[in-house]
Ligand binder design. Structure first.
Ligand SMILES: Cc1ncc(COP(=O)(O)O)c(C=O)c1O
Length: 406
């Protein structure tokens, strides 16, 4: 008999920048029994999931499916499949995840060019367009919502601004999808990837992706079917994609009518990803964005009502996360630990230049809710008071209530 106890997670309210507390419907879907990889039930759910995510990404792209792995797997799949050694990549960097795109591009052997904005700011669409005109990249890779800074890069108008430039646009929408507007086709985005653990209310471990016909043509030009499953007509084309697991040409064959065997689809993650999309679409995309806007505004007003200062250009903040400056003389980690141990509430720390300077507080997915916002603000007040911070008594929940009262 094993001496390890059964797994009983402590009750938590996850109010950081993700992961967040999963939606109960998603957990329920993920507890369902497995079926075989090519069972008609399973392939039916795969097709179903493709259609659901077309709606979530607001696209008509046939090639819309899941990459197994966390959001980073989706990012790597996109970049390694699009970029060949020596290709030019342009990355506008305004936070940690822009640096990640640059680093992955370098690992792909691309010639990487960056433009940078200080953390807490975003780019004008014109700045991006003039860098594209100067660098003439094959791929422009952008983050929409960078959780490290909480900023949301405006993308509307990009398609028009880039007209005449032969560039493939990749976008990491991991942190923003479902809680902020994203219109893949209308904004001319060729490849968009995401994750479940933010506004979609699921666990990390599945990366929805969508690819425009142009992007599909590009990766199909590098199609190399594995030797053991190759058939007549499967002639190798172009430079082989450097990763087998993240080869989008092979994943297209796997998710397509031929169901050409690749990895064993992560069944339980597919159940979860499918339910995340169903939950979102049942609510309605616009309604979900509006809910994130409302509860994000209540949290922002609440922390300001406590007398705290927020970080970054608030006109371009994502709806679902706010960066709050740690008051002078307060130990940020001790406050987070106090909230977690005494009240079961998790808020986030931060990275790089913001490490030790700000907490990141999320209101996303299942936790973009009035009770979650008010409870977090009440607890933050108590713990800050214990830490000796000068804060406005009742100012947090009071300001949030005012937002809810309209
Ligand atoms: C914008 C963005 N991109 C990528 C990632 C990486 O996601 P994952 O940890 O699921 O690989 C994150 C995670 O926080 C993120 O916020």
């Amino acid at each position: 008999m094993t001496s390890s106890p059964p797994l009983v997670p402590p009750p938590r309210l996850l109010m950081g920048p993700g992961p967040i507390t999963a939606h109960p419907r998603v957990l329920q879907a993920m507890s369902q029994q497995l079926v075989g990889q090519f069972d008609p039930a399973m392939t039916g759910w795969m097709n179903d999931t493709m259609e659901l995510y077309r709606q979530v990404f607001r696209t008509a792209n046939e090639q819309t499916f899941l990459v197994d792995g966390t959001s980073r797997a989706g990012i790597e799949a996109a970049l390694v499949s699009l970029l060949e050694p020596g290709d030019r990549l342009l990355v506008p960097v305004f936070g940690r995840f822009g640096h990640l795109l640059r680093e992955i591009g370098e690992r792909c052997g691309a010639e990487v060019h960056t433009i940078e904005r200080p953390w807490g700011e975003v780019f004008d669409v014109e700045e991006i367009t003039s860098a594209v005109a100067r660098v003439r990249p094959k791929v422009l890779a952008l983050v929409q919502g960078d959780t490290s800074t909480t900023m949301n890069q405006p993308l509307a108008g990009l398609a028009e601004a880039l007209a005449g430039h032969d560039v493939i646009v990749y976008c990491d929408a991991t942190a923003s999808l479902g809680g902020n507007e994203l219109a893949t086709d209308a904004w001319g985005l060729d490849v968009v990837t995401a994750g479940l653990q933010k506004c979609l209310g699921g666990p990390s471990g599945s990366a929805p992706i969508t690819m425009s016909p142009r992007a599909v043509e590009l990766v199909q030009g590098r199609r190399h079917v594995e030797a053991g499953i190759r058939e007549d007509g499967d002639t190798a084309r172009g430079t082989r994609i450097a990763s087998n697991y993240l080869d989008l040409a092979m994943l297209i064959d796997y998710w397509g009518p031929r169901r050409l065997n690749h990895h064993t689809e992560a069944t339980t993650m597919l159940y979860g990803a499918r339910e995340c999309a169903r939950v979102l679409l049942d609510e309605g995309l616009e309604q979900s964005v509006e809910r994130h806007r409302l509860h994000g505004a209540a949290m922002l007003a609440g922390v300001q009502g406590l007398g705290l200062t927020v970080f970054g250009d608030q006109a371009h903040k994502m709806h679902n996360v706010v960066a709050v400056e740690i008051p002078d003389g307060v130990d940020g980690d001790a406050v987070r630990a106090g909230m977690l141990t005494d009240y079961g509430i998790e808020i986030g720390t931060s990275f790089g230049p913001l490490h030790g300077r700000v907490w990141r507080i999320g209101t996303m997915g299942w936790n973009a809710r009035r009770d979650a916002v008010l409870t977090t603000l009440a607890v933050l007040e108590q713990v800050l008071r214990q830490a000796g911070a000068a804060i406005t008594a009742g100012g947090g929940t009071g300001a949030a209530h005012e937002v809810y009262a309209g």
